[in-house]
Design a protein around this ligand. Structure first.
Ligand code: E4P
Length: 214
């Protein structure tokens, strides 16, 4: 499974990229707004640091505006994947952008039918938001399972990106199900490497080794 960071923070991205296991980045308008930087400059910097797909979202909600924004974003770098909301106009945009060779990440997916339509429109990536579904007592991971089954049934090539990840168990479940990508906040990414028994074991090895040096 590819591991993406869900952030607009360049320091977090640099740190994760330095580990050599970062496959891409997703941003959204809320994450970018937190950084208080020029959007395009920020995207260019992210593209210079990460070797993988970088999702950047349009904010228009009608076709013409989405197309205009998408073309501008795609021009910035070959790594850019344009994020489009899962609404009627968004699906139209996905179809038109695919015809122009621009890859899309269809975002804010909360149902298997929405995911089916996105794949039929030609989405490069579909983003089911698992955490936000869990928040309203609906199973986010069940949605991922449904989408993977539907895509497998019909051989759709759209990649399933598990979004709105809140904790390491979401990552485990996504990987067990065979999702293509998991995008997560930096805090969850850093939790993946940690285990208390690793820390205890290492401390013991080092203190035993020190005794030998006496
Ligand atoms: C995905 O691309 C979205 O940016 C993100 O995962 C949303 O997560 P949230 O529900 O934690 O805001």
């Amino acid at each position: 499974m590819k591991i993406f960071l869900d952030t607009g923070n360049i320091n977090e991205i640099r740190d994760a990229a330095s580990m050599g296991i970062l496959d891409g980045v997703t941003t959204n308008p809320s994450l970018v707004a937190k950084e208080n930087r020029n959007f395009k400059e920020l995207l260019k910097e992210i593209c210079s640091v990460v070797n993988g797909d970088i999702s950047a979202e349009v904010v228009s909600t009608e076709l013409d505006g989405m197309m205009r924004e998408a073309r501008e974003l795609a021009k910035l770098d070959d790594k850019i994947v344009v994020k489009v909301p899962l609404i009627k106009e968004g699906l139209k945009a996905v179809r038109c952008l695919k015809a122009e060779g621009i890859r899309t990440n269809v975002t804010l997916c909360f149902s298997p039918n929405q995911a089916l339509l996105a794949a039929k429109a030609g989405a490069y990536i579909i983003s089911p938001f698992v955490g936000r579904l869990d928040d309203i007592s609906s199973s986010g991971m069940e949605l991922v399972h449904q989408i993977l089954t539907i895509y497998d049934n019909y051989g759709f090539e759209t990649q399933v990106l598990v979004a709105s990840i809140r904790h390491p168990m979401h990552v485990v479940e996504a990987a067990m199900m065979g999702a293509h990508i998991g995008t997560m906040p930096y805090a969850v990414f850093t939790q993946l490497v940690k285990h208390p028994l690793t820390d205890i074991g290492l401390e013991r090895f080092l203190s035993d080794w020190k005794k030998l040096q006496k």
